[in-house]
Ligand binder design. Sequence first.
Ligand code: NA7
Length: 541
Amino acid sequence: TPQSQPLELDAVIAGAGFSGIYILHRLRDELNLNVKILEAGSDIGGTWYWNTYPGARVDCPAPIYAFGIEEVWKNWSWSELYPDQKELGAYFRHVDEVLSVRKDCIFDARITAAQFHPGEGKWTVQTESGVTVVAKHFIPAIGFTAKQYVPDWKGLGDFKGTIHHTSLWPKDYAVDVRGKRVAVIGTGSTGLQITQEWAKEAAETFVFQRTPNLALPMDQKNLDERSAEQMRNETADLFDRCRKNVGGMPYEAPTKTFAEFSSDEIAQILEELYNGGGFRYWAGGYTDLLLNPEANRAAYDYWAKRTRSRIHDPVKRDLLAPREPPHAFGTKRPSLEQDYYEQFNKSNVHLVNTKAHPIVQLTPQGIMTDDGQVYEVDIIALATGFDATTGGLAKMGIQDVNGVELSERWRDGVLTFQGLMVPGFPNMFMPYSVHAPTPFSNGPVGIEFQADFIRDIVKKMEEEKIKSIDPSLEVAQAWKAEIEFIANMTLFPKTKSWYMGANIPGKKVELLYYFGGIHRYREKFAEAFDKFSETFVVCQA
Ligand code: NA7
């Protein structure tokens, strides 16, 4: 039932995932503010609440894909190095027990409008369910996967079988694919994970690939109580290492360039990184993996050699791991696989090349490509990804002080202060958003820094009785210049990826994230914070 009076708060957060919970903890428990989370779903967990598709699993390892809060990690044991969605769900229940999150969440509350009123220095936020909140600070913490992308194929509604986008997979719906013909459209992390599950059971599996995923071995491990205990003893150190690492990972950062090694040394480095598992290979054994085309090519060639040796069929081999790189290695997010490539050695697992023959429509029986072929199936997983970050923000109805929508303000390009605030949107903070090193880093570690920044700003505002702050246009433009300066040294801008907004037809292609790493991001924030009155237009209460 719609309330008669708006709820008055110090801060309102959108989203109960890692970032929303971090901010709740920082502002409510450390600053004693009155804070609530509005969550579109019916429970906490964020991306791990929504993504219940078969095989969903995280690709950053335990124990550092987690809150770096000691009360949380000291009583928790992971059962796998790369936990699955169910275990992450249980982890969030544990987080709730320790941090009391749920009591300050309003669930099934999808935000449809948010506007700042400069006179009062407050935001009014409304939800579809009829909740209205008035709060000084507004924190959209919605992650980058809040808006699904489904291509506008003809006949989407005509398909007679079961079809779901992976991120809207029905809760507790364990689809039984035995004896069924299944299709997976898309070969990003999600498509790869579903394929690994379904190809083991389904009668026929059709994987629709447009671009190969340059996937790396996950090297999954089961953790018994003894190894979990050992892991707990190392957790504090591991988090410390992550906090000093560019990508928030516990890996040793390389110190030398490609050219400083002999070819034998390079071969040895690549072998060790690949065999080591996880994102080690992506983190690189030399400093210029993502900067220097020659260095990058060497990594691609080694990856292709190892991967090709696992695929028997020459046609599938050339599609899954071509001799010529489809893009520079690591400029599209690689995924971690367990036995993805081996699935294609089965005669009932088919690879459909949608680069050669794009999907044109769905029919009642299945999927039709432009050569007129119809792939008849019973179940389709749409693993076609997301209108990353800006897509989710655009559908929240966030307006600036003049009533102009955020998406309209960004029509000619995204403009932010350190990916945390937007000029014209005072007192609005966006963790895990655009122009920041997340989601290019280990998410929780990157978010931890941003939660600290937000807490420090809000604390200063409370102590100094500041009504509102609005980042100046100059600092936002300087941040954009910094993003471009870093990205233009790298190979990222040349690749069509969701990092660049290039996966969504019609979306402006631009640099959406910061490739300078967590550490540099943190230093830049400290510089801006030190010059508070130059960074922000400050309004005293
Ligand atoms: P991704 O990584 O964006 O993958 C989407 C996949 O869907 C990708 O293989 C796309 O091919 C494919 N796709 C998208 N549109 C089409 C059309 N029209 N036809 C054929 N194929 C298409 O999303 P995920 O959900 O896998 O992962 C997102 C992130 O979530 C992931 O990086 C993790 O951080 C968690 P393309 O590559 O564009 O050629």
